[in-house]
Design a protein around this ligand. Sequence first.
Ligand SMILES: [Ca+2]
Ligand SMILES: [Ca+2]
Ligand SMILES: [Ca+2]
Length: 248
Amino acid sequence: MKKEIARLGLICSLTFFTQTGFAAAVSDLLITEVMANPAALSDSRGEWFELFNPTDEQINLLGIDLSDDGSNRHRFDSDLLILPGEFLTLARSADPGFQPDYVYSNFTLSNSSDEIVLRDGLVEMLRLDYGPGFSVAGRSRELEQLPMMASNYGLTLASLGYGAGDFGTPGGGATGLPPAIAVSAVPLPASVWLFTSGLLAALSAARHRTAFRSTTADRNETLVNARPSLVSRAGLIASPSGAAGMLS
Ligand SMILES: [Ca+2]
Ligand SMILES: [Ca+2]
Ligand SMILES: [Ca+2]
């Protein structure tokens, strides 16, 4: 009898883990805003970007490299937590017109074409590529909708000023993004889980195909396919209201 109870317990635990046990990862984060070309301040003082944690677990950037496709590289060598549903502002200087959460070094944002890449060792976890026309003097670009790619970033509204006169929402929400929705505490029926996993893996794969450029596309596609649940979660949480609403 005891044995059967133990076995039942194990099965229940495994079922629970299967549905809710996915740990949040850096790949779940979103780059929600980019100020590549400040006008009220110099580039060396006023460049910054913003991350958002759409999951219901904290994510630590310790050991992660911030880089581009050139020689920019900065390692987060101490704990840097992004709490559930929170933004994190990362800036080139300690005074970009507001008080940033983190100041990096050896990383600049070109006013023409550049990349923001987060890597864990050789594994790329997050990437935004932008080209000419993305950066506009004095205005940030904010992620307006998913999937996360340069064409889904709109200009900050001209009414949303900060600091010395540039426009952006450092540390605050973009106009179009939904708030964080907790999902791990909501066990899903297997059929719903499978459906949404498949749907969102497809959405996520499309997102990565677009965001990742040719040289890294194959490697990243492998990454996406190898970790569908993690990648799907971000898509799930921040997907357009229809999909998210279905789960909440
Ligand atoms: Ca750069
Ligand atoms: Ca710049
Ligand atoms: Ca913002």
